[in-house]
Design a protein around this ligand. Structure first.
Ligand code: NDP
Length: 333
């Protein structure tokens, strides 16, 4: 009920861009009120994504300052706004993609929120939603992967990487993954990436060509960006899809389109949000993702659940390549 909603809350804001020193953990932020088409959600778990670091550093500009970071969470609807809320009501446990989730409460657009499905345990929704939907839409839409396709995935032990590995395995692709340490190589192999390459010291191109009998991969899913872009083009098959979907190592510099000619390559730079723009698209992919989680029992690996007040360490670990799988924040701490 309204009476139980406080007027202030814990949250993490930035007022300027920079290193983790610009992250301000505050206990006095105003609790937002839900506008038209919004629900107020008390967050139980908040997902950390690489994109949060881009807004912090300024690689992606924040729409305003002060700005509350965060893109996804799971929690409970504590207050309904006006307008169409897609059937959501007070008391519903929900998963959502929303801005402003590094906080105890978020006014979230109901159009990008769904009720937690039966059989989905606590934390799993917040750990699965953004990265799982990214991996799923990449393999369905950016390059529809078929059984037997040779596919290369960089940073295969990362959050999005482990989703790509498991979903590609479910599709029956021939999967080649990269990772930077022995432990990450082992982890991604256990998750289903039969052919793993340690790109910190192995020659990725020659290994890919050996495995694919000099044909290359029909698709490369590259979320690493700057440091792997050229390598990814080298590993591509004729008529292959070069899917560049992130910048963990920095933004890919501008290139001349003539570089795509030698292989008649397709180049894409998709974002998740462009594949789940309508409610229909969003529900379609959420349903499919949750089927994978509940029926196919995909492993939703959680690296660590950090206290919200410990957010700087979470960002440092993610950017320092110390993590595998998903990082979560607990906004009550
Ligand atoms: P990850 O958990 O994958 O973490 C990033 C990983 O990238 C690291 O663990 C590391 O793995 C690898 N990496 C390689 N070079 C560097 C570097 N110089 N600095 C840091 N990391 C490096 O993060 P996410 O799953 O959250 O995101 C992965 C990528 O996918 C990001 O680029 C992100 O922006 C992108 N993304 C894009 C979306 C879209 O809509 N387009 C949506 C979601 C994610 P290793 O040590 O093995 O190299």
């Amino acid at each position: 009920t309204m009476a139980s909603i406080p007027s202030t809350m814990k949250g993490v804001i930035i007022e300027t861009t920079g290193g983790t020193e610009v992250l301000q953990y505050r206990t006095d932020l105003p609790v937002p009120s839900p506008g038209e088409g919004q629900v107020l959600v008390k967050n139980d778990y908040v997902g950390v994504n690489y994109i949060d670091t881009y807004f912090r550093t300024g690689l992606y500009p924040a729409p305003k300052y002060p700005y509350i970071l965060g893109r996804e969470a799971e929690g409970t609807v504590v207050k309904a706004g006006a307008g169409d809320l897609y059937g959501l009501r007070e008391g519903d446990k929900v998963l959502m993609l929303s801005e402003g989730t590094y906080a105890e409460y978020t006014a979230a657009n109901a159009a990008k929120a769904v009720k937690v499905k039966q059989g989905v345990e606590a934390k799993v929704g917040a750990a699965a939603l953004l990265q799982g939907l990214t991996a799923l839409t990449l393999i369905r839409e950016a390059h529809p992967v078929k059984k037997g396709d040779w596919v290369l995935v960089h940073a295969a032990a990362g959050g999005t990487g482990l989703w790509l590995v498991q979903l590609l395995k479910a599709v029956g692709a021939n999967l080649i993954g990269t990772a930077s340490t022995r432990e990450k190589v082992d982890l991604a192999r256990k998750a289903g990436a039969e052919h793993m390459i340690n790109y910190s010291h192995e020659d990725v191109r020659s290994k890919v060509m050996e495995l694919t009998k000099d044909l290359g991969c029909v698709a490369v899913f590259d979320g690493v960006g700057k440091s792997t872009f050229d390598l990814s083009l080298d590993c591509l098959a004729r008529k292959g899809s070069m899917v560049s979907f992130g910048n963990a190592s920095g933004a890919v510099p501008p290139l001349t389109i003539a570089r795509l000619s030698p292989k008649n390559a397709r180049l894409m730079r998709p974002t998740l949000f462009g594949y789940i723009t309508t409610r229909e698209e969003f529900e379609h992919y959420v349903d499919e993702l949750m089927e994978f989680v509940t029926k196919d029992k995909l492993d939703v690996r959680i690296h660590e659940t950090y206290a919200l007040s410990d957010v700087a360490r979470a960002h440092n670990d993610l950017e320092g390549r110390k993590t595998t799988g998903k990082l979560l924040l607990d906004p009550s701490k």
